[in-house]
Design a protein around this ligand. Structure first.
Ligand code: PGA
Length: 257
């Protein structure tokens, strides 16, 4: 594993913990950080809690991510938030192309690619999500779908020379307590890395590929031990600091071996 592929454990809070409770959760995560020196920790609170959480985490080895952005820097886009605004709120990261955005809000591959470009222009590190639905998996189309989603933003990340993380999140595993087994995850992660390598060896060796979809303290170790799994994007289990800490602890123990 290259130094750029330090384990990354990111918590996607979704539409939870938007106010004072969010700051408390951020503080609890920050308290875990000293015991997790080999792991990068990121939390993605709702927009309304970003600045307060970023303030809480300042200097404490926990960085803050937006859960989405609009690709424009400013303008008449009611209800949207831009990359420079996320930077201004103290974010260093942004989650893009989450399957909930793709499925519930109709975000297409090309729009996700525009968002990735905008994030990189502003100096945010994107965590770009890809993943297949259950129908696509049972139809044997997993690798085809994931490569289509990846190819849409591959040129953008290859040109940027800046770090990017990709999260493989099988849609059928999100919030369902069904997760891909380590071998299933590894197969897709390896395919993603091969694609990156087709662009450039440097891109393949610097890009962290996270697994997401029902990652919990009891399955984290096996998933994180897979060769091409460089961390986790955690939804439900990130809403409890002890569970999030246990997942990050599994990454820490593996990195210490
Ligand atoms: P989950 O969510 O861990 O609750 O399955 C993961 C995600 O949607 O990023």
């Amino acid at each position: 594993m290259t130094p750029e592929r330090r384990p990354l454990i990111a918590g996607n809070w979704k539409m939870h913990f938007g106010g004072a409770a969010g700051v408390e959760l951020a503080q609890a995560v920050a308290q875990l950080a000293p015991a997790l020196a080999r792991v990068d920790l990121v939390i993605a609170p709702p927009f309304t809690a970003l600045a307060a959480c970023a303030h809480e985490c300042e200097g404490r080895r926990v960085q803050v991510a937006g859960q989405n952005l609009h690709p424009g820097d400013a303008g008449a886009f009611t209800g949207e938030i831009s990359a420079p605004m996320l930077i201004d709120a103290g974010c260093r990261w942004v989650i893009l192309g989450h399957s909930e955005r793709r499925q519930l809000f109709g975000e297409a591959d090309a729009f996700v690619a525009e968002k990735v470009a905008s994030a990189l222009r502003a100096g945010l590190t994107p965590i770009v999500c890809v993943g297949e639905t259950l129908d696509e998996r049972t139809g044997g189309r997993t690798l085809e779908v994931v490569s289509r989603q990846l190819v849409a933003f591959l040129d953008v990340i290859a040109a940027a020379q800046a770090p990017v993380a990709i999260a493989y999140e099988p849609v059928w595993a999100i919030g369902t307590d069904k997760n891909a087994g380590p071998a299933e995850a590894q197969e897709v992660h390896a395919a993603i890395r091969r694609h990156l390598g087709g662009k450039s060896a440097a891109l393949a060796s610097r890009t962290r590929i996270l697994y997401g979809g029902s990652v919990k303290p009891d399955n984290a170790r096996d998933l994180l031990a897979a060769t091409d799994v460089d961390g986790a994007l955690v939804g439900g289990a990130s809403l409890d600091a002890a569970s999030f800490g246990a997942i990050a602890g599994a990454a820490e123990a593996l990195a210490a071996r």
